[in-house]
Write a protein that binds this ligand. Structure first.
Ligand SMILES: [Zn+2]
Length: 208
């Protein structure tokens, strides 16, 4: 039978867990820190909002609609693709608020009311006129209308496995939608983008 020795707590709050299989071999996992749980969604009241997440930031929780469904995608770099694939298959309008984006009530209203099929709020910290190419396909605060999904039903499923990694996903999807004749409708003001990289650096420093 599988045995689970007691987890080993590290000074920074991370936990090392070891599983001993019947063969005698082992598997080790490490939780970098205590995971916060996302809020449970209230009954849906309008447009579907999804929050793909690997970590739960309080600022994201505070800004997200109360009926947003949080979708954990931390199992692998491809998991976000799997989530997007399913949402696209459902062929219903939906909005994505990534876990490091602070949503606002005016964002919800804009996504609900704007008739454009593909709408995006940019990030205040990375959207510069000189780097338009880099952010043209940004996915972190975006709404897709059902008419767009129905018009380009294979926009996600046609992405080759090399594009499934979340680092590449938004660009591959954007390429497919632009190839079908669509362009993002940009909304302002830009949304606050949590500086995850800095936070991760601080976490690493605490761990060290
Ligand atoms: Zn729009």
């Amino acid at each position: 039978m599988i045995t689970l020795p007691p987890p080993h707590e590290l000074p920074n709050g991370a936990t090392i867990r070891t599983t001993v299989y019947p063969s005698g071999n082992q598997a080790v996992t490490i939780d970098r820190e205590q995971r916060a749980e996302p809020p449970s969604p209230e009954p849906r009241i309008g447009l579907a909002f999804y929050v793909p997440y690997t970590r739960v930031y309080p600022a994201t929780v505070a800004g997200a609609p109360v009926d947003a469904v949080w979708v954990e995608v931390s199992s692998s770099a491809d998991a976000y693709f799997g989530a997007l694939y399913r949402w696209w298959q459902e062929a219903d309008s939906f909005a994505v608020i990534e876990h490091d984006v602070v949503c606002r009530s005016d964002v919800v209203q804009a996504f609900e009311e704007c008739p454009e099929p593909w709408c995006t709020f940019g990030y205040a910290d990375v959207w510069h006129p000189e780097s338009r190419v880099a952010w043209s396909d940004i996915l972190g605060c975006t709404r897709f209308r059902a008419e767009l999904i129905e018009a380009v039903p294979d926009a996600v499923s046609s992405i080759s496995p090399g594009g499934w990694d979340w680092h590449n996903l938004s660009c591959r999807l954007g390429e497919n939608l632009r190839a079908a004749g669509y362009t993002q409708h940009l909304h302002y003001p830009w949304v606050e983008h949590y500086h995850m990289l800095e936070e991760d650096r601080r976490t690493a420093l605490r761990a060290g």
